[in-house]
Design a protein around this ligand. Structure first.
Ligand SMILES: [Zn+2]
Length: 241
């Protein structure tokens, strides 16, 4: 492994279009335009209104990964109930040139993060022996997220090149964003992807951006304003994410 460490030189901010708590409660229509989300970042992940697939944003391009596995680049006129983005400007880099199982990969990745109390944007490019990912089918509003997870479609990509994009969130932020590592995958040919459940990299380049600031948008919808969000969603999140 080769690595280069550095604290963040930029005043970067992670932007949440909504607390994940609302998504877990089944609020899938927050109607936030991606054109608004893009004012806050060019890199990130999330989903679409009605939970219509997984979203990954790379270099300002928005990709939608449907539950049928179809990947398409979508226009910023689309809406999202939950997106996490930042302007990507990494200060920590490393390369792993050996095959790692998922546990080894996570251990090595976590060793690159100077503290578990910060946000990190994480981009990983390279070759993978295996990526297991999922996507979710479009949902009616209010259908609890924990039930949706049982309808997810699993994809097993073997010997694939591509990019993992996502974030590390401190566990004490679990009502705001998915705690711990949350990564989405897009294959190099833009034909495959999804929310990553596990992966086995064989030759990868890792770029990490420590983030010390959070900008959280709270939705204006009647649903959001009137739903009781006081309960903990930790257990539901642990099961589905
Ligand atoms: Zn996800």
């Amino acid at each position: 492994m080769t690595s280069r460490h550095g604290l963040s030189k930029t005043n970067s901010t992670v932007y949440l279009s909504s607390p994940v708590n609302a998504l877990v409660h089944g609020l899938y229509e927050e109607n936030v335009h991606f054109s608004d989300v893009k004012k806050h970042g060019d890199f990130g992940l999330g989903t679409f209104d009605d939970l219509d697939g997984e979203m990954v944003m790379l270099d300002g391009h928005i990709y939608q990964i449907g539950s049928d596995g179809h990947v398409s680049e979508v226009h910023e006129d689309n809406h999202t109930p939950f997106a996490t983005v930042t302007f990507f400007n990494p200060t920590i880099q490393a390369e792993f040139h050996c095959e790692l199982n998922h546990t080894e990969f996570v251990d090595r990745l976590m060793q690159l993060l100077p503290s578990s109390n910060l946000f990190y944007a994480i981009r990983i490019e390279g070759a993978f022996s295996h990526v297991q990912a999922r996507s979710v089918p479009k949902q009616a509003n209010y259908h609890p997220f924990i039930d949706v997870a049982h309808q997810q479609t699993l994809f097993d990509f073997r010997h694939v090149n591509g990019t993992l994009a996502g974030f590390y969130t401190p566990t004490f932020m679990s009502s705001l964003s998915v705690p711990g590592l949350h990564l989405h995958f897009l294959s190099e040919d833009h034909q495959h992807g999804g929310h990553v459940l596990q992966c086995q990299p064989k030759k990868i380049k890792i770029s990490v951006q420590p983030i010390h600031k959070l900008e959280l948008s709270l939705p204006k919808t009647v649903d959001y304003l009137t739903t009781d969000l006081s309960g903990s969603v930790d257990e539901d999140l642990r099961q589905v994410e």
